[in-house]
Design a protein around this ligand. Structure first.
Ligand SMILES: CC(C)(COP(=O)(O)OP(=O)(O)OC[C@H]1O[C@@H](n2cnc3c(N)ncnc32)[C@H](O)[C@@H]1OP(=O)(O)O)[C@@H](O)C(=O)NCCC(=O)NCCS
Length: 305
């Protein structure tokens, strides 16, 4: 057990989680990572717990990628009342020490930030000589009652007569396969094993048998949909197939369909360097959102001292 003396507070112990101590720490990470707190997989996970005397006060949860020898910090958390005492700093330093010993080459983490509020991690990472965080994704959030009011939320009526728009729920097995086979960027393609695809609002446009565009969405919680992947084949002009009209059609289906009644909240992610989506966001989408966040990625290369 490593003992740290942090900013004038009581002594803080940092230790790797063992099977007896994890229960109190599950609540210190996101629901989707809770199983990783209890799983014992020392080669892939780093689970560092902070205690003040015997009280659990912080958790760093990391996943080590075998190929790249990089550790992604999945979450870093310190309980209220124990913050600003150097606990997260101690967790990061201890993680670094263990990773260097195990020949891991770098650490990375992603955090979300609101427009006007710098994240507390910024000065913390800077003090530990991490690289400057770089913007990655834009995430928009809205309740159905607000988003569905957008004047561009309507059925796609001006579709070229050569094109056919179908909802995922109505696609044949062969048509679905043609989507999986399409030479689109992997991050924008639906995954055949994904059980969370929302089939009523997800739509695909075909020219003959060829998919030339889609909006694929996911049910990410019992009450939340994510408008996930907008793709239009390169070389197709907006006159032939307009991406924003596709988004409007998809949102319209979600807003109107009884099958989506329980999905009352929406989120939408896009890459920060996607100019057309930025323009759409600033010109049309913004009044119908209640929150916009940016995700940043930060890294630190690890070297032996
Ligand atoms: C972010 C978080 C982990 C920081 O934990 P912490 O133990 O308070 O951090 P430290 O005490 O080690 O802070 C070190 C430095 O970071 C900066 N910092 C930490 N919290 C800050 C805050 N709320 N506002 C501004 N700067 C802050 C300060 O520069 C601080 O040094 P100082 O106290 O000497 O000024 C903690 O606030 C937290 O759990 N937040 C919620 C979860 C979260 O956002 N996790 C990160 C994404 S996964």
């Amino acid at each position: 057990m490593k003992e740290y003396s942090v900013n004038a507070g009581p002594r803080v112990h940092i230790q790797e989680l063992d099977s007896g101590t994890h229960a109190a720490f599950s609540r210190m990470t996101f629901p989707r990572y809770r199983s990783k707190v209890t799983e014992v997989c020392p080669t892939h996970h780093l689970r560092l717990a902070a205690f003040s005397r015997d009280k659990p006060i912080g958790l760093l949860l990391g996943e080590i990628k075998a190929l790249s020898r990089e550790m992604e910090i999945l979450s870093l958390f310190v309980i209220q009342g124990e913050r600003r005492k150097g606990v997260a700093t101690a967790l990061l330093q201890e993680a670094e020490r263990i990773l260097v010993r195990n020949k891991v080459k770098s650490m990375a983490l992603v955090f979300m930030e609101k427009t006007q509020t710098p994240h507390p991690l910024r000065p913390l990472l800077a003090s530990q000589q991490w690289n400057s965080p770089e913007i990655r994704m834009v995430s928009c959030f809205s309740p159905k009652t607000l988003l569905s009011r957008g004047p561009w939320v309507k059925p796609y009526v001006n579709l070229s007569p050569r094109l056919v728009l179908k909802a995922w729920v109505d696609l044949t097995a062969e048509e679905r396969k043609s989507v999986y086979r399409e030479d689109a960027p992997e991050v924008l393609k639906p995954n055949p094993k994904d059980r969370t695809l929302e089939p009523v609002s997800s739509i695909v446009v075909f020219e003959g048998k060829l998919p030339i565009g889609w909006m694929i969405n996911h049910e990410i919680d019992s009450d939340r949909i994510r408008f996930s992947h907008l793709w239009v084949r390169s070389g197709i002009s907006p006159r032939q197939l307009n991406g924003i009209a596709l988004v409007g059609h998809s949102i319209h289906r979600w807003a109107e369909s009884p099958a989506c009644q329980a999905l009352v909240f929406a989120s939408m992610n896009f890459q920060a360097h996607n100019r057309p989506m930025w323009n759409f966001l600033t010109r049309h989408l913004k009044p119908y959102l209640d929150d916009i966040r940016f995700s940043f990625g930060a890294r630190k290369e690890l070297t032996e001292r």
